[in-house]
Design a protein around this ligand. Structure first.
Ligand code: SF4
Ligand code: FES
Length: 279
């Protein structure tokens, strides 16, 4: 296969970026998309040109490092597939493929196809943990978990934090990611002691980052390589209302989370844009 690649090249976060076209020949159907880019980079290095920067680690769909837009679709458009698992057999000889980084204010471009996803890390830091005694691992059946709850937690834990949901959302909302992380721990008995605090902290942190609000487009679910269902956003809504109710209308102040003025009182703003969607 011979292809034309139009790739977003940007030297640094502050440098201007633009598309550069490359011809690439002898691509085989068995290659993965990233192997095809490796081949391009070897060619660029041989010509003493800077290689295209893109993130990757496991190359088997589990680490969440990789991700960019292929022809405007996050991860390239094969359902339940990260771009590292995308095979070149899904493309045709003569195709022109446009590659660009996630487009979201909360994910500034670092270089070429790499964006800074630290905003996700800060959401995790706000509540993606449980307090549990340290020591040796307890017996597997020491805390009984109902099957339905275990399945829900397992499905939510599948989120790899790739950021495709944010890139696909017209509002650049992080609701699918946050709902997966909240649902994972809030579904388990071990996550109950901090259920309310976790929910409020993670929603407040999400809001302090520059993500948009969910308006039920469903684009996030469509591109999610782990097929996280949008119903988790509904679960997050319910947990958020529950947590606010338990707070008895007290102002929301959360230690360890930097409170911007807009998030000082989540309840006061609850009826406008902090309210998660109806999903
Ligand atoms: S919800 Fe899906 S698309 Fe979003 S970060 Fe998690 S795995 Fe990626
Ligand atoms: S490189 Fe790990 S998920 Fe793609």
């Amino acid at each position: 296969m011979n292809l034309t690649l139009k790739i977003w090249r940007q030297q640094s976060a502050t440098a201007p970026g633009g598309f550069v076209s490359y011809r690439i020949n002898e691509v085989t159907p068995e290659m993965s998309f990233l192997e095809m880019l490796d081949m391009l980079n070897e060619d660029l290095i041989n010509r003493q040109e800077p290689p295209v920067a893109f993130e990757h680690d496991c190359r088997e769909g589990i680490c969440g490092s990789c991700g960019f837009l292929v022809n405007g679709v996050a991860h390239g458009g094969q359902r339940g597939t990260t771009v590292c698992q995308l095979a070149m057999r899904f493309f045709n000889d003569g195709d022109t493929l446009t590659l660009e980084p996630w487009r979201a204010r909360a994910f500034p471009v670092i270089r070429d196809l790499i964006v800074n996803r630290s905003a996700f890390d800060r959401i995790i830091q706000a509540g993606g943990f449980i307090t549990a005694p340290t020591g040796s691992a307890p017996d597997a059946n020491a805390v009984l978990v109902p099957k339905e709850d275990a399945d829900t937690a397992f499905d939510a834990a599948a989120c790899i934090g790739c950021g495709a949901c944010v890139a696909a959302c017209p509002n650049a909302s992080a609701m699918l990611f946050t709902s997966a992380k909240v649902t994972h721990l809030n579904s388990l008995p071990q996550g109950q002691p901090q259920r309310d605090q976790r929910t409020l902290s993670m929603v407040a942190t999400m809001r302090n980052e520059v993500f948009g609000s969910c308006t039920n487009h469903g684009e996030c679910e469509a591109v999610c390589p782990k097929q996280i269902p949008i119903e988790f956003i509904g679960k997050l809504n319910r947990d958020f209302i529950r947590a606010l109710w338990h707070r008895h209308r007290e102002p929301l102040t959360i230690p360890s989370v930097v409170q911007l003025p807009c998030a000082e009182d989540a309840h006061e703003h609850f009826h406008d844009d902090i309210r998660p969607s109806q999903g």
